[in-house]
Design a protein around this ligand. Structure first.
Ligand SMILES: [Zn+2]
Length: 64
């Protein structure tokens, strides 16, 4: 994959940034040209579902 700003090949994953409303993948030296995209927002819905499922009643306490 090449950097969409300078055109040089990106080593590794590269950086996803938002430049003037459009998402581009750039190299390390070009990531300062835009705002880095927060990746954690994408995975949040799945994480919250797991947390809701973990609600358990502590019924075992009465037996001990
Ligand atoms: Zn670049």
């Amino acid at each position: 994959m090449d950097c969409e700003i300078c055109g040089r090949p990106i080593k590794g994953k590269g950086f996803k940034i938002v430049v003037e409303g459009s998402e581009v993948t750039v190299c390390h030296s070009c990531k300062n040209y835009g705002v880095e995209k927060p990746i954690s927002q994408v995975s949040q819905p799945g994480v919250s579902k797991v947390l809701i499922r973990r609600k358990k009643q502590p019924t075992n306490i009465e037996f001990s």
